[in-house]
Every structure is written in structure tokens, then in C-alpha cells.
Design a protein around this ligand. Structure first.
Ligand code: C5P
Length: 303
């Protein structure tokens, strides 16, 4: 048994179509995920005494809980209990993914912890063996294991890889304060009720899949969509200014990322992405700006 470090990516939703809520409060989704090159690293060091600890490092560390609600810790405990592991683990999370930003930061830490602990404890399990546990931990966790670009259905936990060509250049405007995902889904239900909009069964636009196959960012720009965007904007109207600012400064498309509040911009190429990032950084509209390409692989062992 030895220490293992796993690097796991942030995700964005290129389409996020949300149906009417089920009785358990979750919503049926049809989504297209893409993993992007912003990463958290999780190191698992096995402990013979069966205890578990978690520590979070980096600028964003203060915003992440280190109690039993920590998703990486829950992942490690779940894996141990289902595989009769008597060892424990010390987990260290090095965060660079925005916290509560709609980019699956917590989910990807859980995916990384599953892979790291499975390896550290010598369980001989691959990503495919971990998807069931991943789905129990959160709707986005199975996708974080496989990465690249994938269709998500059910709660988002059923994933099938999608073919894409080349890579796309993304810029992210990160807000000062996160938005809790359940609140954004509830706001969507409220908005639909108020406007008497009957939510249909969720579906992904076929134009999105052909744009991904073509590798053409202009085609992708017109095919992006997010049903949660209006709800996120209702809760944080100022995000509308951020989206408009990006469109006025070279973005082909602007979208709220997942449940927000991170705003997502598609740049025509890498240089335009740098220019847009510089403009956004000086706009005073967001706390931090990040730039990353996608797609990239899911959780992988660094050593
Ligand atoms: O699955 P996960 O724990 O990431 O979901 C976080 C929250 O987002 C859920 O508690 C629920 O409020 C909302 N959600 C939803 N429908 C989904 C996925 C998430 O309502 N398909």
C-alpha cells in the first residue's frame, strides 16, 4: 500500500435540458458534458488503523468543507465499506477548480478519491468498476471518471461517450460567491410554474452533436444551451452583464456553466481566448478568470 495521486478535471455542460421534477426532487436530464483542462489533484495515503482524514490546499481551500460532508471523504468511506477494506486513508485535495461554481469541483474530487483509494488499497478496480459507486455519490461523478465529451441521461449519471473532433477553447469568469445547485433547480421549477411553462421530456439538440463532430467552434457556438441559465440569472441578475461583456469582447458564445454562477465563453481560437481572458480580468465583473481547452480525459493516476 502506497500514496497515490489522481488528477481529475472540471466539467462544463454544452447542453443541459431539464425535465419536470420526479417525486424525489431530482430532475430528468439530457446533457452533453465536456471535461476541460482545469484540475484538482487528490492524494490518498493509506492508513493501517482504518481512520480517514481530509485536508484541502490552495487559494480556494477555505470554501471547501472538511467534515463528513466532504465528497472525497464520503467516496473513500463508501469504497472501503463496499469492498470490506479495513485500511483507512489520509486525503489531500489540491484545488484549482472553482468551488460551488457549476463545474463539478466536488464531484471530480469524489471521482479522484475513488480512483486514488482503489489504487492505494490495491483493489484492482478500473474506472468502469467504479461507476456504480460514483453514481451513488452524485449525478456528475460517473462523468468525471471517464471525462472527454459524453451524453448524460437519467439524473445525469448515465454516461455515453460522444465523438468530437479537435479541441475547443473556453474562458471562465468565476464569481465571488458560489450558487448552491439545489437552489438553482428549485428556482427553475418556480419560474416554470409562475410562467405556466410545462416542462417537456429533456433532449439534446442534434445540431450540437454534429457541431462537435465538425470541430468548428462557430457551429458549436450556436448549438450551446442551458435550461438552468434563466434560473441562475434570476438568482444573480448581474451575471447577465458578465455574459454580455464576453460577447462584446470576442466570445463566439456565452453561457452560464451548469447551475452557475461561473460564466462560460467559447473563443474562436487560443489567442482570442487569451485576449478575452485579459479583458474579463480587467472588467471588474468577476473574481477570477481562467482559460482551458476541452475535451480532456477523466480522473487519471499521476503516480
Ligand atoms: O447529484 P448531485 O448531488 O450532484 O445533485 C446536487 C443537487 O442538484 C441535488 O440535490 C438536486 O437538488 C439537484 N439535481 C436535480 N436533478 C438532477 C441533478 C441534480 O434536481 N438530475
Amino acid at each position: 500500500m502506497r500514496a497515490v495521486t489522481v488528477r481529475s478535471p472540471a466539467k462544463i455542460n454544452l447542453a443541459l435540458s431539464v425535465g419536470p421534477p420526479w417525486a424525489d426532487g431530482f430532475h430528468p436530464l439530457a446533457t452533453v458534458y465536456q471535461a476541460v483542462a482545469l484540475y484538482d489533484d487528490v492524494t490518498a495515503t493509506p492508513r493501517a488503523d482504518g481512520e480517514f482524514t481530509v485536508e484541502v490546499r490552495g487559494d480556494l481551500a477555505d470554501a471547501v468543507p472538511v467534515d463528513e460532508s466532504n465528497l472525497a471523504l464520503r467516496a473513500a468511506r463508501l469504497l472501503a465499506s463496499r469492498h470490506d477494506v479495513t485500511a483507512g486513508a489520509d486525503l489531500v485535495i489540491r484545488k484549482t477548480i472553482p468551488v460551488a461554481g457549476g463545474m463539478a469541483g466536488g464531484s471530480t474530487d469524489a471521482a479522484a478519491a475513488l480512483v486514488a483509494c482503489a489504487r492505494a488499497w490495491g483493489l484492482g478496480l478500473g474506472a468502469a468498476d467504479l461507476t456504480g459507486l460514483a453514481a451513488e455519490l452524485g449525478s456528475d461523478v460517473p462523468f468525471c471518471l471517464i471525462g472527454h465529451t459524453a451524453l448524460g441521461s437519467g439524473r445525469g449519471e448515465q454516461v455515453t461517450e460522444v465523438l468530437t473532433r479537435g479541441s475547443f477553447q473556453w474562458v471562465f469568469a468565476v464569481s465571488d460567491e458560489g450558487l448552491p445547485t439545489p437552489e438553482v433547480y428549485r428556482e427553475l421549477d418556480r419560474l416554470r410554474e409562475r410562467k405556466r411553462i410545462r416542462a417537456l421530456a429533456p433532449s439534446v439538440p442534434p445540431t450540437l452533436l454534429s457541431a462537435l463532430l465538425s470541430g468548428d467552434p462557430s457551429a458549436l457556438a450556436v448549438a450551446l444551451s442551458n435550461d438552468l441559465q434563466d434560473a441562475a440569472l434570476a438568482l444573480r441578475p448581474e451575471l447577465g452583464d458578465t455574459l454580455r461583456y464576453g460577447l462584446d469582447h470576442g466570445a463566439l458564445a456565452a453561457l452560464v456553466s451548469g447551475s452557475g454562477p461561473t460564466c462560460l465563453f467559447l473563443a474562436p481560437d487560443a489567442q482570442a481566448g487569451v485576449d478575452l481572458a485579459v479583458e474579463l480580468a480587467s472588467s471588474g465583473l468577476c473574481r477570477t478568470v481562467r482559460q482551458a481547452e476541452g475535451p480532456v480525459p477523466g480522473a487519471r493516476v499521476l503516480g
